[in-house]
Structures are given as C-alpha cells and as structure tokens.
Design a protein around this ligand. Sequence first.
Ligand code: NI
Length: 271
Amino acid sequence: MRNSMQLTVEQLFEHLWQQYIQINPQAKKIQKLFQARGETVVNDHIALRTFNTEKLGIMKIAGPFLDKGYKIVNDYDFEKKKLNAIHLEHTIEINHPKVFISELKTELFSENLQTIIAGIDAQIDPANVMDELFIASGRTWNLTFEQYIQLLRESEYAAWTAAFGYRANHFTVSLNHLTTFFQLEELNDFLLDKGFVLNESSGLIKGTPDQFLEQSSTMAAPVNVEFDHTTQPIPGCFYEFAKRYPMPKTGRLYQGFIAASADKIFESTNN
Ligand code: NI
C-alpha cells in the first residue's frame, strides 16, 4: 500500500517543479520570458532517472503516476547508454504532462560501479520509496566526490543520478501550446539571443517532422553539490522544448518519443 495518497496530479507536478527550479533557475527565467510575451506555458513531459535495482527500478518510480490515473504507453531500450525507459500518459486528461522514466542497467557495468550503486540502494529505506513524494526527495544518501568521478568515467547518467537523487531531470515546454512561436528554430534563436546555452549534440534540433517530434534543450548549468567532505560544481538540470506533429490518419498529435533523439537529449547534462 502506498503512503499518503493525497496529492492531485497537479500538486505532484508542482512539488517536482518547485524542487526543479531550485537547482535550475534558468527554467523559471525562460518561463517568465515566455509569459512576458503573453504565453501560457504548458508542460509536455518530465523525465525521471533511476537505477534498476529491486528497490528503485522503473516500476517503483512509476508507482505514484499509476496510482493517479497514468498508464504505461511505450518502452524504449537505449543500448549504448545501457538504459531502459518507459513513457506514461494520463488515461483521461490529455493535457496532463507525459512522464518519461528511465533506469540504468547496472549489471552491464563494472563491479566497482555496481558496488557504488548497491551502497546507495542500501541507504534507502524501502518504506520511503512507497511515499508518493519519494520521486521528489532528492539525494538521501552519502556520496563522495571520488565515487561521483568513478561513476562519471563509466556513465554520465549514473553519476548524475547518484549526485542529484530523485527529482525531475527536466521539464519540457510544449511548443504546440505557444502562440508567438511556430517553429522550434524561432524559439531556439530567441533563447540564444537571450544568452542561454543550448545542447548542440547532433545539431540544435533533434528529430524531424517526418518523425512527428522535434526537440531542443538548454545545457544544464553547473550546481554546487555537497559531497562527503567537499562541495563541487557539477551539471544539474536542463529545460527542454518540444514540437509535436499531427499523424497522417488520425490528425492527432504524435505523443511518443524518438529513441535516437532522446539519446542526444540525455547529453544535456554532460560536462
Ligand atoms: Ni525529454
């Protein structure tokens, strides 16, 4: 039984947003810039990261959303980054953000990485994982900067997740709901002009109209993170922008994700 099933979907996302803008104030700044143009910002999706241990696997992280009317729509395999992922959509409210959850396939990494992840896992009380706000609980375990660097050598994803814990890795502005930008290119130019740094891995725009989804993102700005005995600046969270295209037969906007594009978006937290 899950603890404290009280939050509405909106409240759960508000918790995640408040936690997210604390370490990614550029998202709040960008939102304000859009609002100044008369826009109402609609969130397309959030992304959450975890490890595939029994206690912390993808289904544990999906729990609060499944409890609140979401269903799993698709799954993805990121072979090179050694990740599994799923995406969830709300069964009734199509305007509720989609949720993208990925997990690191820890068994495919070195003994050393597995030992560090097992050490993190051991510090988490399984009862806390059942709390609906566990996904916004941040890092609740000890980690040394040396361990972070060791993880970073093998997997940027592992290092980020170990350092930041449970929180939204990114929120995503739905370009389809903006009225003063039509093309993602215009939005990118606007942000570059305002001095924001965008992810250029495989070009500014990932995906094509033929794939029914185009995405771009900021690069995560460095955040001072407290490790055991030291505080170090490391890349935090980023803000994403998505334009979805209607599918030929139904005319309905494509709601999925493109694995090849997501693969490049993951690199928005690279150093
Ligand atoms: Ni995304």
